[in-house]
Design a protein around this ligand. Structure first.
Ligand code: ADP
Ligand code: TZD
Ligand code: MG
Length: 583
């Protein structure tokens, strides 16, 4: 039973109502969010949260209203990644909730802190399955898809409910949290003073987790024993905002480092120790590999197989906040469990004088390989062909990012993703935001909007034409909030390429192709933004420079050769093959 101070309709005390100050669920939720420093809500309005959005805006919270909940959820997730505070997504019941749930599950998979707050219909009706408006047992459905899920039934529990949600989202391995708020809660009335007292300001939401000294020593001993050491930096390392310590550790060790996609720029890709352009060589040849905030999942071929050279030829060290991550795919000989800031500081302290240890023949071989690969790519990036190929277009964009290292790059697609990742160097931490652990399409506009709102920096979104379609309607949102977002669509008329034909010979197009010669730029013009159709790298460069300088919402339809691009980009090997397929 709730606190005695809570009433659903009438105050139960005998004091005349006029003499008592009252509050209600609406105001308590807003007060609880503000008390915890939450400044922005991303969502879509409707029953039962329409008035809540209005009141939150009136109370000084920024309310960013989207066209689809998945995009609002993605904006909240990336806000969490960029700020280490849970991003808030607010949705209506059942279908709105389900739309947001994809983003919540994606945030959890990527270890981004966010809270999906959803209105829901009445428990009594839901539990008896009596068919309420947008009825659904949302809590039960959310539970297996996120890190934690809570429901608040009484106004007096709002403070505790939000506190639990915040802690669950950001402490330990960050992730997505679901908070279920039934419609009745919003209007529940209680004594204002008791209400204020019930609120909780979360102290030290993500406490430091200090690694054991023995684990630190073990890791350093293994690293020191290496002949061909490698450090892999993952997006957990970027999330941790321990940029200076990580850089100091990598530089003092002298060990080549490989950034995972979203860790690009944590140290600049142009850093002399960066092995990004020698990826296959270092993965194959290294004898000791230290992962910092990176998992040995499919993105690293699970730490085994032909990409990793001889079986059992390596020792792995792993630095991670999640103890269960250790030995997930291969044996970890030196697990260091703790938060990355504390772990890397402890590693730095424990190093002593005899560093760097990386032998010069190894670092020399890595540098040589990297220079060869960079030189091989250079001429392809300078081609000015029209229609463009990926390299021609990326050659132009690469310079623009070099000249604006603090701009944020959002990136999704298949070829549009893999080739952009390979070609465009990043220079600062947390500037590259992409499809992440799932390789999911649809993060584009949500991430672009979240990043623009949270950082105030210009955003360049490089999007495959298919990828863009998943969140494309949010260009209206970009125009409505006048965000400095420049979207470049790599338009090759389809998924992977635009040349596939119907193998049954019928008149339907092949499943992977779209309308030929589409003009996505006109979508932006429909909402008052700038639209440009660019047919050559020079035109593309001019248009992007103009957009980045003006900060005006811009969409550039970059016309690519429909034959440019390969099946599934760089991961075609993951496609199952039919044994019966004709050669
Ligand atoms: P990538 O895709 O870049 O390889 P992953 O998402 O696979 O990165 O891995 C990120 C890892 O970072 C997760 O295992 C997560 O537990 C860990 N992590 C996230 N934040 C921290 C932190 N502050 N301290 C330590 N580890 C963290
Ligand atoms: N749906 C979701 C949610 N995520 C996915 N990853 C996919 C479908 C499958 N998929 C990919 O993995 S990439 C991609 C899809 C549909 C689009 C590739 O086409 P594109 O990029 O136009 O975005 P390129 O440049 O043509 O390769
Ligand atoms: Mg395409």
């Amino acid at each position: 039973m709730a606190d005695a101070a809570v009433q659903e309709k009438k105050p139960a005390t005998t004091a005349p109502e006029a003499e008592r100050e009252l509050t209600d669920g609406f105001h308590l939720i807003i007060d609880a969010l503000k008390l915890n420093g939450i400044k922005t809500i991303y969502g879509v309005p409707g029953i039962p949260i329409t008035d809540f959005g209005r009141m939150a805006q009136a109370a000084g919270i920024r309310v960013i209203s989207f066209r689809h909940e998945q995009n609002a959820g993605n904006a909240a997730a990336i806000a969490g990644y960029l700020t280490q505070k849970p991003g808030i997504c607010l949705t209506v019941s059942a279908p709105g909730f389900l739309n947001g749930l994809v983003a919540l599950a994606n945030a959890t998979t990527n270890c981004f802190p966010m809270i999906l707050i959803s209105g829901s219909s009445e428990r009594e009706v839901v539990d008896l399955q009596q068919g309420d408006y947008e009825e659904m047992d949302q809590l039960a459905i959310a539970k297996p898809l996120c890190k934690a899920a809570f429901r608040v039934l009484h106004a007096a529990d709002i403070g505790i409910g939000l506190a639990r949600a915040i802690r669950a989202a950001v402490s330990g391995r960050p992730g997505g949290v679901y908070l279920d708020l039934p419609a009745k809660l919003f209007g529940q009335v209680m004594d204002a003073e008791a209400g204020q007292k019930s609120l909780v300001k979360v102290i030290d939401a993500a406490p430091a987790q200090i690694p054991a000294p023995a684990a630190v020593k073990r890791a350093l001993d293994v690293l020191k024993s290496a002949k061909r050491p490698l450090i892999i930096l993952g997006k957990g390392a970027a999330y941790a905002q321990a940029d200076d310590q990580i850089r100091a550790f990598v530089e003092k060790s002298g060990v080549p480092f490989l950034p995972m996609s979203m860790a690009k720029g944590l140290l600049p890709d142009t850093h002399p120790q960066c092995a990004g352009a020698a990826r296959s060589t270092v993965l194959k040849d290294a004898d000791v590999v230290m992962m910092i905030g990176a998992r040995l999942n499919w993105l690293l071929s699970h730490g085994k197989g032909k990409n990793w050279g001889e079986p059992h030829s390596k020792k792995f060290i792993q630095v991670d906040i999640e103890p269960k991550e250790m030995d997930s795919n291969v044996e970890i000989v030196a697990p260091v469990v703790g938060d990355i800031g504390s772990c890397v500081s402890a590693l730095l302290e424990g190093m002593g004088a005899k560093w760097p240890v990386a032998p010069a023949d190894w670092t020399g071989a890595v540098s040589k390989k990297r220079e060869e690969n960079v030189a091989k790519m250079a001429p392809r990036l300078m081609n000015n062909a029209s229609p463009m190929d990926y390299h021609g277009a990326l050659g132009a964009l690469r310079t623009i990012v070099m000249e604006r290292p603090d701009a944020i790059l959002v990136n999704e697609g298949a070829n549009a993703l893999d080739l952009t990742r390979g070609v465009i160097d990043m220079y600062q931490p947390r500037k590259r935001l992409d499809v992440g652990t799932w390789g999911v399409m649809g993060i584009g506009m949500g991430y672009a909007i979240g990043a623009a709102i949270e950082t105030g920096k210009p955003v360049l979104a490089i999007e495959g034409d298919s990828a863009f379609g998943f969140s494309g309607m949010e260009v209206e949102t970009i125009c409505r909030y006048k965000l400095p977002v420049c979207v470049v669509i790599f338009n090759n008329d389809g998924i992977y390429r635009g040349t596939d034909v119907n193998r049954g010979g019928g008149s339907d197009p092949a499943p992977t192709v779209f309308v030929k010669g589409s003009r996505y730029d006109k979508m932006m013009e429909a909402f008052g933004g700038v639209g440009v159709n660019a047919t050559s790298p020079d035109e593309l460069k001019r248009a992007v420079n103009e957009a980045m300088d003006s900060g005006k919402p811009t969409l550039i339809n970059a016309v690519l050769d429909p034959a440019a691009g390969s099946e599934s980009g760089r991961i075609g090997n993951l496609n199952p093959q039919s044994a019966l397929k004709k050669k």
